[in-house]
Write a protein that binds this ligand. Structure first.
Ligand code: ADP
Ligand code: MG
Length: 326
């Protein structure tokens, strides 16, 4: 059978089954944004890794070296934020076509990488015949009582996100269509290239008992929410008119005939946090969150009992599926 017949998550499922017997008691491995390893009586080490491949995840002549260094680390830091943790250290492995990559390029890459102020403790470097390959591992830590798992959503929970959806997809679309770099399209491209991992939000939300499940939005809410729902054996409704879509994306979408709601749900790479919140605790949480961060959590739907992983989209004729790697 070819891998694309079982899909990315079919393959990951087979790997998880094969290694389950080797995972020590109290450790948690495949299935969440980070692995969790008990560290002390009340803390865990968090570990996450991501791979970025030239021409799959980025086009070298469209993203600056600075932005590539920044984004490569940002997507990993976002997974630590998603657990309610804080980053401690990073490791970086690079495959570089050494005949075309310059020291100016690598200096700028490391400047972007350094911009988060998290130490780099090691890695590996090799030549590559197939373009630039970047693998980053981030170690983080969190109090056990603050860790938020994908599996903790409950029926009746509100579904929320910590920031707007779709801008990154708009930036990618602007790049793919080679749109003229006007102020609006340039800003969307900037957001696509410079995601901000929601570390402060994640740490804060980790400390709140009203928050049940949490993850980050890398593939788009349409597929990422399914992960929470499957892990929690729940279904959900999502209200399409409630999706936080920026006026910026709305303007550009209207200009070029894009479907902004579809971009918001399926585009991915927004790296905001997706969380579920108990109905009873919502009001208190919302007030405290707004006081702390100056803007509210965006409520986009509710969890409910029903066929595991199914999402009904309200206020839209279309239904949506998320980004698939293969
Ligand atoms: P994220 O986008 O949060 O990094 P992914 O969707 O990439 O998560 O992966 C989902 C889960 O599967 C994670 O727990 C990740 O560690 C695990 N995973 C992905 N690929 C592999 C692999 N090749 N081997 C083992 N675990 C994997
Ligand atoms: Mg993630």
């Amino acid at each position: 059978m070819k891998i694309n017949e079982i899909g990315e998550f079919g393959l990951i499922g087979r790997i998880a089954d094969a290694f389950k017997p080797l995972i020590p008691n109290g450790w948690e491995g495949i299935g969440d944004d980070c692995a969790m390893i008990p560290w002390s009586d009340n803390r865990s080490l968090l570990v996450t890794t991501d791979l970025l491949v030239e021409n799959v995840h980025f086009l070298r002549n469209r993203i600056s070296a600075y932005e590539l260094g920044l984004k490569s680390l940002a997507v990993n830091l976002s997974d630590v934020a998603a657990m309610g943790g804080e980053p401690v250290a990073t490791f970086l492995s690079l495959g570089l076509p050494s005949d075309t990559v310059t020291t100016e390029w690598s200096d700028a890459f490391f400047e972007g990488y350094r911009s988060f102020g998290v130490p780099l403790l090691g890695g590996d470097t090799t030549s590559s015949r197939e373009g630039i390959v970047i693998n980053i591992t981030v170690l983080g830590q969190a109090k056990n009582s603050h860790i938020k798992r994908r599996s903790a959503a409950q029926a009746g929970d509100w579904i929320a996100v910590t920031g707007p959806l779709g801008d990154s997809a708009g930036g990618l679309q602007a790049l793919l269509q080679s749109l003229p770099p006007e102020a609006d399209t340039s800003e969307l491209v900037r957001r696509h290239h410079r995601p901000r991992p929601h570390l402060a939000e994640g740490r804060w939300l980790g400390g709140r008992a009203e928050v049940h499940a949490m993850m980050d939005v890398s593939d788009g809410v349409a597929s990422d929410l399914q992960h929470i729902l499957r892990a929690s054996s729940l279904a959900a409704t999502v209200s399409v008119p409630e999706l936080p879509i920026t006026p910026l994306l709305q303007r550009v979408a209207a200009q070029y005939g894009w479907d902004a709601a579809r971009m918001a749900l399926t585009g991915g790479e927004d790296y905001v946090l997706l969380l579920t919140v108990s109905d009873a605790g919502l009001e208190k949480l919302q007030a405290a969150y707004t006081a702390r961060f100056g803007s509210p959590l965006h409520l986009i739907g509710r969890c409910e009992n029903g066929p595991s992983g199914t999402i009904r989209y309200l206020g839209s004729e279309a239904q949506f599926t998320g980004f698939k790697h293969f």
